[in-house]
Design a protein around this ligand. Structure first.
Ligand code: ADP
Ligand code: MG
Length: 571
């Protein structure tokens, strides 16, 4: 989905920073962890040099020492260097993890803030809840490797080899030169392979998505396939698709193995060259340059450094694929998280609670998208406190938009909206009630003051028509409710929503086709209770509906057609 074509919050790809800049802004507040990781990594590099020197020198002393200088203090130094090196490497990894934790926590907070800012109307148009869950979970987690491994490795790929190279040059410039010349080969070959692998990776991702859809389609049509005796063909189909995916996955693996093989090959060749050089120099076969003066110490020292020299490059290569994943995530999340441009249009003004008018809309226009017809157009409407109003009109006439405007879920593009200070919080009951996995008590307490005592909860249930001896609520308030109201009928879920509205103490109830999914009997019972309770408490009620059975119960009927007010009658 292309976010720039989506309505409402003004998020747009042209305003959003490119993925890499986005990843950098996420890093900004937590840079110190990255700096610590780099310092620790550089320290570990120094410890490696010290370790190689201590080991080489103790061996040198043990073989050629003239008794006066025993080798064991140097062995002790080597042990210390090992400990130091491991400690610093652990510190580097740990700071990388801390960085990744901090960035992900931040990003999750921003996602939640964005979702709440968008509100349910715009949110529903930015992908279903599943895609938000995936953004929140998997996509954010996909950034971990980038911050925990890639960025620390990126800073160290040049610094640590440079350090080791300097150490090698200090002992023997020929060995240093051998290492220096072999290093650039590796990134060149890795880049060549990397370019190809990115394409294969992408193809694999696509194929994976398609395979999932392919399979799902056939599962959905299973009944039909069975009846039309096409089951076998479908089976073959799925098997073929899966086999295609398998082959592509093997190609991805081949490329991955190839790239690590290339890496190992070139580092092995370079280390071998250094070893040959050192060996022949020590044997006295080489006459040129510094070879004649090479001692056992400097030869061993250089030889021990050689494998370490390639280690940061190796780590960088391993974490390189983290970068591609992070950039893909950045490209998706960056436009989503942009603050909305300032439309210069203030939100709803607040009216004092003493004013008998709770809601006043003046010449209000609401547009979801610039090019298409507004959802509401030039609407004038006053609603008094305690009034019960039906908003009627055919589907698409703007009823839900009017309610969303009163709720603050959408903003007016022009005109003015003024709303009583006591209209917050409001209660919203829609066609589908959102109940969550948990006990009935937990579901009722959403939106109610914390520590509302059980008797009050039971009273609200009774008011909503949920009897305590209801066989589907065997454990009363402790009855578990499944995800998405599972275990309750539509009518019961709607009654729970009503009880919630009562408990919330809201002075404004916004009901968007609250009974359109219920049978007439349940609808009748629920509406009778609901409206009687609202009347008794002087709660203002707005009901969007196109059912006469609903709107003939209300004192006032506001008619909408294509976003315009068509009639306003008091019964
Ligand atoms: P009703 O509730 O009367 O069916 P709505 O208020 O839902 O009407 O819709 C009014 C118009 O606004 C319709 O044309 C609908 O397609 C459009 N609309 C509603 N919500 C959105 C949205 N989130 N994004 C874009 N267009 C929307
Ligand atoms: Mg609607």
């Amino acid at each position: 989905m292309n976010p720039s074509t989506e309505p409402g919050d003004g998020a747009s790809t042209d305003l959003a920073p490119p993925p890499r800049a986005f990843l950098r802004t996420l890093l900004q507040p937590h840079r110190h962890w990255l700096h610590l990781a780099w310092l620790a990594g550089a320290g570990a590099g120094l410890a490696t040099v010290a370790l190689a020197a201590a080991v080489a020198w103790s061996i040198h002393l043990a073989l050629f020492g003239q008794g006066a200088a025993p080798a064991w203090p140097w062995l002790g130094a080597a042990v210390l260097a090992v400990l130091l090196r491991h400690g610093l490497q652990a510190l580097r990894d740990w700071s990388g993890q801390q960085l990744a934790f901090a960035v992900r926590a931040d990003l999750r907070q921003r996602l939640i803030a964005t979702a709440s800012r968008l509100g349910p109307v715009h949110l529903a148009h930015r992908g279903h809840s599943g895609s938000w869950a995936s953004r929140y979970q998997e996509q954010v987690d996909a950034l971990a490797g980038y911050y925990a491994r890639y960025l620390p490795a990126l800073g160290l790929t040049i610094a640590v080899p440079a350090l080791l190279l300097a150490a090698a040059f200090s002992q023997d410039w020929v060995a240093g030169l051998l290492l220096l010349l072999s290093a650039p080969l590796i990134p060149v070959f890795m880049a060549l392979i990397g370019m190809g692998s990115e394409q294969i990776h992408q193809a694999q991702q696509e194929r994976q998505n398609r395979l999932a859809g392919h399979f799902l389609d056939r599962i959905r049509a299973l009944d039909l396939l069975r009846r039309s005796l096409a089951l076998e063909a479908a089976q073959r189909d799925v098997a073929e698709a899966a086999d295609g995916y398998r082959r592509l996955s093997m190609r991805v693996l081949r490329v991955a193995f190839l790239s690590s093989a290339v890496m190992e090959f070139f580092s092995a060749v370079a280390i071998g060259l250094v070893a040959i050089y050192v060996g022949f120099a020590l044997l006295g076969f080489l006459e040129f340059g510094p070879a004649g003066e090479l001692t056992l110490f400097s030869g061993l020292f250089v030889l021990l450094l050689a494998p370490e020299y390639f280690q940061p490059l190796r780590q960088f290569a391993q974490s390189y694929h983290d970068r591609a994943g992070a950039i893909a995530v950045g490209a998706e999340l960056s436009p989503l998280l942009q603050p909305p441009p300032d439309t210069g249009h203030p939100g709803a003004a607040l009216r004092p609670a003493s004013d008998p008018t709770l809601l006043r809309l003046h010449n209000v226009t609401v547009r979801y998208e610039p090019e298409i017809q507004p959802a509401l157009c030039g609407v004038d409407l006053d609603i008094s406190r305690g009034e019960q109003t039906a908003v009627v009109g055919p589907s698409g006439s703007g009823k839900s938009t009017l309610l969303a405007l009163c709720a603050g879920f959408v903003q007016a593009d022009s005109g003015s909206v003024a709303i009583g200070a006591d209209a917050r919080p409001f209660a919203w009951i829609g066609q589908r009630v959102h109940l969550f996995h948990g006990s009935l008590r937990e579901n009722l307490l959403l939106g109610a003051p914390a520590h509302t005592p059980d008797p009050e909860l039971r009273a609200a249930m009774a008011a909503a028509g949920l009897r305590p001896d209801d066989p589907t609520l065997p454990h009363g308030l402790d009855t578990p409710i499944g995800e998405d109201s599972r275990g309750l009928s539509g009518g019961q879920a709607q009654r729970v929503a009503f009880a919630r509205a009562l408990l919330s103490g809201s002075r404004l109830w916004l009901l968007d086709e609250p009974t359109s999914a219920l049978d007439p009997q349940t609808e009748d019972d629920l509406l009778t209770r609901l409206l009687a309770h609202a009347r008794a408490r002087e709660i203002t009620v707005l009901v969007a509906t196109h059912h006469e059975s609903v709107y003939r119960r209300l004192g006032r009927i506001v008619r909408l057609a294509e976003g315009r007010l068509q009639g306003d009658s008091h019964v």
